[in-house]
Design a protein around this ligand. Structure first.
Ligand SMILES: [Zn+2]
Length: 233
């Protein structure tokens, strides 16, 4: 296959999931050997657990941060950085909360499930704490426990972030899914929407997924190999 020149596309959209981070060694949440097989989300990753035992929930998320900090971006992340400088219109939508794309210096347009590096309070204060340990566990303004700014089980998704992602997908002329099974709704709808809008559809994933039917080109390689091979600099 001839390498694709992204400058030939007006609105390329890359949609990334857990597989991209797993290649860096970031533990995955779902599936075999995933975090939710070791931990019951009802004790660690929902608002009910947080209200019941905020410190246990925050300890769990600090552990996730420590493990993520031990991982480094790989060749696939670095290639995305270069592609974005070649084609500034390249939009990135991610389901990942680990911040690995940003650490590689990829500009991320929509973090669908938030970021483990931010905390928030009901009073609206958010803070960035890019360290393994939270600098502060309680809000300075109202003294409430600060919660990770991520979408937990049983949470509603962030409507404004999804609206932004929908907008990007609706105008995509190239849609590339990287390391995502696409089964987690509502993210699963993006492949369908991009396909419906007439985008060129490429799936990068070592295994076939439930969304594979929407893609005209499927590359069965890890992202660190597929991205440099597929997209020219
Ligand atoms: Zn507060």
């Amino acid at each position: 296959m001839q390498a694709i020149d992204l400058r030939r596309y007006q609105h390329p959209v890359f949609f990334t999931g857990a597989g991209l981070s797993a290649e860096s060694g970031v533990p995955t949440y779902r599936g075999r050997g995933g975090i939710w097989q070791q931990y019951n989300y009802e004790d660690y990753a929902c608002q009910r657990a947080f209200l019941r035992n905020p410190e246990q929930v925050l300890d769990f998320h600090e552990l996730r941060r420590t493990k993520t900090l031990a991982c480094a971006p790989h060749a696939g992340h670095m290639h995305l950085v270069q592609l974005q400088s070649l084609q500034p219109q390249l939009a990135v939508i991610t389901q990942n909360i680990d911040g690995l794309l940003q650490r590689a210096a990829v500009r991320v347009d929509a973090e669908l499930h938030g970021s483990m590096w931010r905390l928030r309070c009901a009073c609206g204060i958010r803070e960035d704490v890019a360290a393994a340990s939270y600098a502060r566990r309680r809000c300075e303004q109202c003294d409430a426990w600060l919660r990770p700014d991520i979408t937990w089980f049983e949470d509603a998704v962030d409507a404004s972030v999804f609206a932004r992602a929908d907008e990007l997908v609706a105008q995509a002329d190239l849609f590339v899914a990287v390391g995502t099974s696409g089964v987690v709704w509502p993210a699963a709808g993006f492949a369908q929407a991009a396909h419906g809008a007439g985008a060129r559809m490429i799936e990068i994933n070592p295994e076939a997924t439930e969304a594979s039917g929407f893609y005209s080109e499927c590359v069965r390689l890890p992202a660190s190999q597929a991205l440099p091979a597929l997209f020219a600099l």
